[in-house]
Design a protein around this ligand. Structure first.
Ligand SMILES: [Zn+2]
Length: 287
């Protein structure tokens, strides 16, 4: 399967030029094997960086795409790329099972990847400014949007100390906090300001968090839930881990292809060859 070109919701600005068109190839067996082996040791953010650095072959007119490039992308752009990779690798429909937070009833969802992708935001600057008032003090805050590098840095804190993770991201992304009454920079910022600015960042990069508005079919309660695309995608790959090695074994055993050659195939091509093998030999004779 040929790489496809997809449009990022945000885009990367380098030396004044925006790069928004990304060329992405579907996962090959060797990417699946990488995630299942070395990927286990990595945080979710670092795993996403490693995966995107492997599969993103071009970004705008940049001469090369490196892990550093992928770390510079906003969280929303990284989520969009993961959604596209999911679509290219496993198809358009994401089937998930959720439990209702009110009655614990089961919800079966079939989501369309393309419906989860937001249109481009059209930001003309990568510097943002917001005016907020906390405890009667008006502030002006200038910031950039959180990116993959921030996510990786915060990964160790995120679960155990979410406040410390938020403060870390604030410290990395906020360029200036001004007391709007005096025009003077502020050193110590109140915790509420960190929360409010995090909200302003999320508003400007809405693809970063996919919120689903759902209604439970059993108790009719409405609730909102966050779909973690990266986690869902990796779980899906883990569920198919045994199949991956079984498929490699079958193709190696019957065609005498090398493991490396088989792992170069996309998941779709690999499954197609296994299907053809099964037709040729008859189901019962596949070993
Ligand atoms: Zn319910």
């Amino acid at each position: 399967m040929e790489p496809v070109t997809v449009r990022l919701p945000g885009g990367l600005r380098v030396s004044g030029d925006w790069h928004r068109d990304a060329m992405l190839r579907p996962l090959a067996g060797r990417d699946e094997a990488f995630l299942l082996q070395q990927g286990r040791e990595l945080s979710a953010a670092s795993r996403t960086t490693a995966l995107l650095a492997r599969c993103l072959s071009r970004l705008g007119s940049l001469p090369a795409v490196t892990a550093e490039t992928v770390r510079s992308l906003t969280i929303g752009d990284r989520e969009a790329l993961l959604l596209h990779l999911r679509r290219l690798t496993f198809g358009e429909i994401v089937s998930c099972v959720l439990a209702c937070p009110h009655c614990s009833g089961r919800l079966d969802l079939d989501l369309q990847v393309t419906e989860l992708l937001l249109p481009p935001y059209g930001h003309d600057s990568d510097n943002h400014e917001v005016s907020v008032t906390v405890g009667n003090v008006p502030y002006r805050v200038r910031f950039r949007l959180p990116n993959g590098a921030d996510q990786e840095e915060a990964a160790n804190l995120a679960a155990a100390a979410p406040d410390a993770a938020a403060a870390l991201v604030f410290g990395r992304c906020v360029q200036e906090v001004i007391d709007a009454r005096t025009g003077e920079p502020v050193g110590d910022v109140p915790a509420e300001l960190i929360d409010t600015v995090a909200g302003a960042m999320a508003e400007r990069d809405p693809q970063a968090e996919i919120l689903l508005n759902l209604t439970c079919p059993s108790c009719n309660a409405s609730f909102q839930t966050n779909l973690d695309v990266a986690q869902y995608f990796y779980r899906e790959l883990h569920r198919h881990e045994h199949d991956l090695y079984r498929e490699v074994h079958l193709l190696a055993f019957h065609h005498h292809w090398s493991e490396a050659a088989i792992l170069k195939l996309t998941r779709r091509a690999r499954l197609l060859y296994v299907e053809l093998l099964s037709e040729t030999l008859g189901e019962g004779r596949l070993q």
